[in-house]
Design a protein around this ligand. Structure first.
Ligand code: SF4
Ligand code: SF4
Length: 692
């Protein structure tokens, strides 16, 4: 008895001391990061996230089998905390039962049910790991690059926790110490007890003591192992989700205080050059990664054979954070000055510049890690502090700076697209004319690219037909700054953004409709931080509103199959998934087919993150990969709601040699074609936009 207590307590004290020291060190390390950039989401949203994502395991349950296995393991660990209390109670008193509930059949059943459920889940995890073994599937495995040895060890330790638990409970039953003596609700323990019963009470008494100590040793040993491994997420995931700064949609990037161009000092560091420049929240992100690889398997860069894996990027940053711990904790500015920058030492430039900022990784991550912000932060440093970036990008940056658009065509050409219209579009010179409801933000592609112009023209004609009044800025409009910001040139972004905000305020803009999801996202989600608050709507939302209210009635002249491609900055970043589909659904004769990767899981076209203006020399082209998927649906129209997606997909359709069979069209063009090619309905009433 005394020996059992001494051994049990000794194991516990040693393991708790080692794990406690590690957790204390870890908390100091994370808190050494810079202050978080955006305000806290608030307790209500945090509580919602805890209930939905942590307790409800919503993100993981989108994959039914692994999701259920994880659900039962997570809840198994929670319920089995009761058995830990029972184990420590039994260490001191073999007849111990938890006060009040200790003999309840329901408790015995729950404990045994979750013990078995965890064991079954472990078998599922084993199957998943064998099926997705990196040795077999190489880059296609989501575990490629993860610490698979540690993962197997964890599965083994969890199995040992349950096995030792069931054995000591069974032996307790046979020695008369089981709190649920003879109660068949504790079905698993009693089942094992039957197997051990023939050994007799004496042997069962020995087994009871040994298995109890083994159970305590495995649990506390697991605690130590967790504190040193990727399984830290058991403790950190609820904290990471609860302290998230950005619930759900991705939306805008941060304008951090140290990026404020009006307050630059000699010591100002733009972006993140070294690990200590990340915020504590980002350091918590890195520490929380489970290495599950879900981000990796959806990344358009990784799946087209580029070197960027969001998982490996986060793991690389975490490893560097741990390796730099002494420096981070000492806060020695001399050491920090001498430390090498993350790029290229830890993060290869090809990794950094491959990202399209599509947000798939953030969307999929079960513990809410924000890869895109980390990537853009490092790009900011590379561009603004080191001037190290793909040199072909110089041209588009210079064009935005000098001409106000990435192509360098200049403001004088921004009205040419209107020449094909058979009505006049008011051009704002000083202020938006009375009675005009919307300022139509045409965007650089809509105003200047030949294919983009067709989208802008169709949108304008459909709005006009529905009686929506709008005006354009023409030469006063310029690039919103989205590509410059995603590329890392925060200085240029803020310059153009501030100029645009001034113009928009001068002309009295209140309601803005944008056809480009990048413009839409930037004006809606990023201009407010610079003082520009406007009501912004995307044309897909406005068209859906007009169609749903009978203000715009598509014609019956279309017949064919349409597959809709979700633009990342409309869908994932801003949650506009249904509206474009509603517009297509409203066209008689248009049959919609979905691609496998659609809505939240939509696959990027390859243009975002300023990739539109960079060479794509590594691996398969992202637009080709997406177009192969679209063509695989058998659709004769690939529809979208973004001029950049349209250009990328159209290029890929032409390159596939399918240009004669498949067309790439904006949803506005699709509506227009339905009107032109057949039984066009009577014209819509005037002043039809209502309160869209
Ligand atoms: S944002 Fe997209 S391209 Fe960039 S790392 Fe994430 S998934 Fe990959
Ligand atoms: S970043 Fe998130 S999705 Fe990617 S491996 Fe880590 S936990 Fe999994």
């Amino acid at each position: 008895m005394v020996g059992r207590i001494v051994i049990g307590l000794a194991i516990t004290i040693v393991c708790f001391a080692v794990a406690g020291r590690r957790f204390f060190w870890l908390s100091r390390l994370i808190r050494s990061g810079a202050p978080a950039k955006r305000p806290y989401q608030g307790l209500r949203k945090a509580a919602e996230a805890e209930v939905v994502e942590v307790a409800g395991q919503k993100k993981l349950l989108q994959w039914t089998i692994p999701g259920l296995a994880h659900f039962f393991t997570m809840w198994g660990f929670t319920v089995l905390l009761l058995t830990i209390i029972e184990a420590y109670g039994a260490l001191f008193n073999q007849n111990f039962a938890i006060p009040f509930i200790g003999h309840w059949s329901a408790v015995g059943f729950l404990e045994d049910f979750f013990s078995v459920a965890v064991l079954v889940s472990l078998l599922v995890f084993t199957g998943i790991r064998i099926k997705n073994a990196p040795a077999r599937k190489q880059r296609q495995s989501r575990f490629y690059g993860s610490h698979t040895g540690a993962a197997w060890l964890v599965l083994m330790m969890i199995a040992l926790v349950i096995i030792t638990l069931l054995i000591y409970r069974a032996a307790q039953e046979n020695t008369g110490h089981f709190p649920f003596q003879g109660d068949w609700w504790a079905f698993a323990s009693l089942g094992v007890a039957k197997v051990l019963a023939p050994l007799g009470t004496g042997v069962n008494s020995v087994i009871e003591n040994v298995a109890l100590l083994a159970n305590i040793a495995v649990i506390t040993g697991f605690l130590v192992f967790v504190s040193y491994s990727k399984h830290l997420h058991i403790f950190l995931a609820p904290i990471n989700v609860g302290t998230s700064r950005r619930p759900r949609a991705l939306g805008g990037l941060d304008k951090t205080p140290d990026m404020d161009m009006e307050n630059i000092s000699e010591d100002t560091v733009f972006g993140v050059g070294k690990i200590e420049d990340f915020t504590w929240k980002q350091m918590l992100d890195f520490s929380t990664c489970t290495e599950c690889g879900r981000c990796q398997s959806v990344c358009p860069a990784w799946t087209t054979d580029k070197p960027l894996s969001p998982k490996l990027l986060i793991m690389g940053l975490r490893d560097n954070m741990f390796a730099s711990a002494d420096r981070l904790l000492s806060k020695d500015s001399g050491e920090a000055a001498e430390a090498e920058t993350l790029v290229p030492t830890v993060i290869d430039p090809d990794v950094l510049w491959s990202c399209t900022t599509c947000g798939s990784c953030v969307e999929q991550c079960p513990v809410d890690i924000e890869h895109v912000d980390a990537i853009v932060d490092m790009r900011r440093y590379e561009v603004l502090m080191e001037s190290r970036f793909p040199q072909e990008a110089n041209l588009f940056l210079r064009n935005i700076e000098n001409q106000g658009d990435p192509w360098g065509l200049g403001g004088a050409k921004r009205l040419e697209w209107t020449e094909a219209l058979d009505f006049d579009v008011p051009v704002v010179t000083s202020s938006i004319p009375d009675g005009v409801e919307y300022l139509y933000w045409v965007g650089c592609a809509g105003a200047l690219d030949d294919r983009g112009k067709k989208q802008a023209q169709a949108t304008a004609r459909m709005l006009h037909r529905a009686g929506v009044t709008f005006a354009v800025l023409g030469p006063k409009e310029s690039c919103t700054g989205d590509p410059a910001r995603r590329f890392g040139n925060e200085y240029l972004f803020q310059e153009v953004a501030k100029a645009n905000i001034e113009t928009l305020k001068e002309v009295g803009a209140v309601k803005i409709v944008a056809t480009c999801p990048h413009c839409f996202n930037t004006i809606k989600n990023e201009y407010p931080a610079l003082g520009g608050e406007f009501e912004v709507i995307h044309h897909a939302e406005l068209l859906a509103h007009l169609v749903n209210n009978g203000k715009l009635v598509p014609g019956g002249g279309y017949s064919g199959t349409v597959t809709y491609h979700d633009p990342c900055y409309l869908g994932r970043h801003n949650r506009v998934f249904d509206e474009p589909r509603d517009v297509i659904d409203a066209i008689p004769g248009a049959k919609q087919v979905e691609m496998g990767r659609c809505r939240e899981k939509g696959f990027c076209c390859g243009a975002g993150g300023a990739r539109m203006w960079m060479e794509e020399n590594i691996g398969k082209r992202v637009n080709m990969d997406r177009t192969d998927e679209a063509l695989g649906t058998g659709a004769d129209i690939v529809s979208t709601a973004c001029p950049f997606c349209m250009i990328m997909l159209d290029d890929a359709v032409q390159a596939s040699g399918k240009g004669d069979e498949v067309r790439v069209m904006d949803i506005s063009q699709l509506v227009e074609e339905s009107l032109l090619s057949g039984s066009a309905p009577s014209s819509a009433p005037a002043n039809a936009s209502d309160d869209a």
